[in-house]
Design a protein around this ligand. Structure first.
Ligand SMILES: Cc1ncc(COP(=O)(O)O)c(C=O)c1O
Length: 377
């Protein structure tokens, strides 16, 4: 989208606003499929649960990874018009419940849909058996998250050494282990994490087979990095490594899925905000905008992500600070941005802000989340 169009949209809808370009979402999905044709993409709804985004990805052929009953129902709404028989086939083709820890009430609510759910310990397995006995299960492995922007391995995944015992335990309880899954950490720019994780999964599958348990699905999780800057290597390079390992280690009929979140939506959105205040402190200009880290810029806190601000206005830039609209000192968007001299009501924008951004916006201080505008739907 051109800057002119973006500025026009911001003036038309008012700020703060987040503009989603669905052409970019479709392009990201097509890139994923082109480079990993064997892998079905289950979009991680948590990255951005906006229904318009889900519809676009559904129409493009995506499936979905959900982590709560509410997310499950958002996806179920997309398929509930189908006849009951097709709906049932679709549940696994279209949805994986990939939160390894589920409260009892969640399992009870999901059981009627005979879902595919993940687990990573014996307590969880017993809960699944008791409250969602019709579920199929997928064992999540703990794999290296070295260098990923968001590390997940200290919270999730069983040690590879205990994996086959957990597979056997599931079968003993009368559940069927359909697959293995892992997550290499979000925004994983260290591609070796994927290589090691795929090799670990292959070893677990092999050992499970030797003990009489055939596993049919490999879920390679999320972590595919968004092109936030020019240092991120292209997706094609990562896909080449993943594709080569998969072809080398697994039979052609193994079903492979992935749970990309950030990769599909991060680059599809731009946030536009207005300057609402300006001060000079210790010689440095400080701007205040009508958005915040409690709102669209929540990824600064929750996602360990930094977004750079740009201005539509031309001019020589200088280092400045940018703060959000709330009363909290934590609400610092950047202590070091390069912006031209701006005045109250001027606009600034941040690109690549479609993932883990407005999805985790709050109403802190009484400020509502930014408006969302969808283009090229
Ligand atoms: C289980 C699971 N799958 C997929 C994702 C999506 O990861 P990403 O956005 O890095 O692709 C996450 C993110 O936290 C996750 O926890």
């Amino acid at each position: 989208m051109t800057n002119r169009r973006l500025e026009q949209l911001a003036r038309q809808h008012g700020t703060p606003v987040v503009v989603f370009d669905h052409q970019v979402i479709r392009r990201n999905y097509a890139t994923f499929k082109r480079h990993l044709p064997r892998v079905q993409a289950y979009y991680a709804v948590k990255a951005n649960p906006d229904v318009a985004i889900l519809r676009t990805l559904y129409a493009a052929g995506a499936s979905f990874d959900v982590a709560s009953v509410a997310e499950f129902m958002l996806v179920y709404d997309l398929i509930k018009h189908l006849p009951p028989k097709e709906q049932q086939d679709y549940i696994w083709d279209k949805v994986i419940y990939a939160n390894p820890t589920k409260p009892k009430a969640t399992l009870e609510a999901l059981d009627q849909y005979k879902p595919l759910v993940t687990y990573d310990n014996l307590n969880e397995l017993k809960k699944i058996k008791q409250y969602a006995p019709h579920a199929g299960v997928v064992l999540r492995l703990r794999v290296p998250n070295t260098g990923s922007m968001v590390e997940l391995s200290s919270k999730f995944g069983c040690d590879p050494g205990e994996a086959v015992d957990l597979v056997a335990a599931a079968f003993r309880l009368g559940l069927v282990v359909e697959g293995l899954s892992f997550h290499v950490g979000s925004q994983c720019t260290n591609f070796e994490n994927f290589v090691q994780a795929i090799n670990m999964a292959a070893a677990v599958m092999q050992e499970a087979r030797s003990r009489g348990h055939e596993i049919k699905i490999l879920d390679i999780g999320g972590g595919f990095p968004a092109a936030y800057n020019r240092h991120v290597k292209p997706f094609s390079a990562l896909a080449k490594k993943i594709g080569a390992e998969i072809d080398r280690l697994f039979p052609a009929d193994l079903q492979i899925l992935a749970e990309p979140g950030r990769f599909l939506v991060a680059t599809a959105a731009t946030a536009v905000a207005s300057i609402i205040g300006k001060a000079v402190r210790d010689g440095k200009t400080c701007y205040y905008i009508d958005d915040s880290v409690y709102h669209t810029f929540s990824g600064i806190i929750f996602d360990h992500c930094q977004y750079h601000l740009k201005a539509f206005k031309p001019g020589r830039t200088e280092i400045c600070a940018v703060f959000g609209q709330t009363c909290d000192g934590l609400d610092t968007i950047s202590q070091s941005e390069e912006l031209p001299e701006l005045e109250i009501e001027d606009l600034v924008y941040a690109e690549n802000i479609g993932a883990y951004s407005n999805a985790s916006a709050t109403w802190f201080n009484g400020f509502p989340p930014a408006k969302v505008v969808h283009v090229n739907v």
